[in-house]
Design a protein around this ligand. Sequence first.
Ligand code: UDP
Length: 489
Amino acid sequence: MSKSSTMQITKPHVAMLASPGLGHLIPVLELAKRLVTHHNLQVTVLVVASDASDEQLSQLLHSINQDFLNIVLLPSVDISAIVDPDASISIKIVVMMHESLPLLRSAISAMAIRPTALIVDLFGTEAMAIADEFEMLKFVFIASNAWFFAVAIYTPEFDNKALAEHVYQHQPLKIPGCTPIKFKDTLEIFPLFETPIYDGYLNASRLMSSANGILVNTWEDLEPKTLRAYRDSNLLGRNSKAPVYPIGPLARSVQPSTSGKEILDWLNKQPRESVLYVSFGSGGTLSAKQIVELALGLELSQQRFIWVVRPPVENDVSGSYFSVGIDSSDGQDFLPDGFLARTQKIGLLVPMWAPQAEILAHQSVGGFLTHCGWNSALESIINGVPMIAWPLYAEQKMNATMLTEELGVAVRSKEMPSERVVERDEIEMMVRKIMVDKEGYAIRNKVKELQLSAEKASNKGGSSFNSLSRLADDCWSFVQTLEVKAKGG
Ligand code: UDP
């Protein structure tokens, strides 16, 4: 439907549900902004938060102009009586989302303008039943890539034999038309395949197939093979009839930032593409031994760096996921003796949290040591910054494999950092490779090519822009149908 034929219709109102964690909220907000600014929709973002007083969360929400985007923070739910404190982050999020459903229902029914559509993420698929109750369209937003989406949608087809061979004999998991998942990259959910937790994941996967559409934070030229496999009804596509909309890269936009001014001032004084940015996302943490090796590896490389440092956490790679605003460490005494003094001319340490989008967009940044959260990977690609892949949890190992083996924009350690401490010499070698060495030329070049391809997809008339237009058109058509029905047509 063309926009001109929709002029008389009430503007569609889209509700978006964001699951806990800044890594989940950030792409939802970016999608919301695009739906409003490029596609003329009205959007309300409903936020499920583990801790509404979290400093980074409130800063992020305050940075949004609520005149054009409505934000509703759902009351926090207390899951302490239901979930073991040692349960994984994913399980905690699943439970929080489940417990928040009645709050979501009340929030939607209290809205003055009833939404036309509900967009949920993979943790929010249960909420699609609420969309049905209120006769809304329902979409799933996968804030990750198409390869991860392929695994999620194909999960009901994995039988126990295939899962057992994968988990116990380390055979790859095969997905029709897509790159198989090697055991070293597996998702945390697969070893749990004989538990009720896995059944919950299966349920989410099945629910996803009943959506009116699935939005994926990727673009046609980034993952043509996987997107083709989904559209091919003889391959992956036989699993779901829901159309897929590749709408990426949706990445956090650079803000005129007041916080972090001293970091940007420091960057302004450094030569072009000379600084390595080191960060493990909103929740990643390292062990004490790994922090020491990383510090010494950075020092040995003699490259400039900005490192977002968090106190060590043993045996929990996602240790700060719900509390990035608090620095409980007393100074930085977990760093090697003399490290700060020896590196003060080339390095900047930032406790807990940094303005990442602004840093990666700065011309002095020439490399990113990243935990491979998909937002971070995209933020690096759209700025043409090559990466050192350092996956820790969730789907980060798959992302790392894609960035290194398929896209050729990153290097990685020989062994998984989540399995074994990566030593200083290897770190030095990886840093020098992406920043300065001749061997890193192809990687640096490839990421610049991808940067252009990302821009092309997002610009007006590009594949992702057009995909999102189609979704907006679905909403306009739906409103029109409802209005015709209401008038007795
Ligand atoms: N981020 C940031 N400053 C930090 C750490 C993270 O601004 O110090 C932002 C980063 O730019 C990205 C998001 O938080 O947009 C992290 O998302 P990602 O998917 O990379 O990882 P997750 O946090 O979900 O593991």
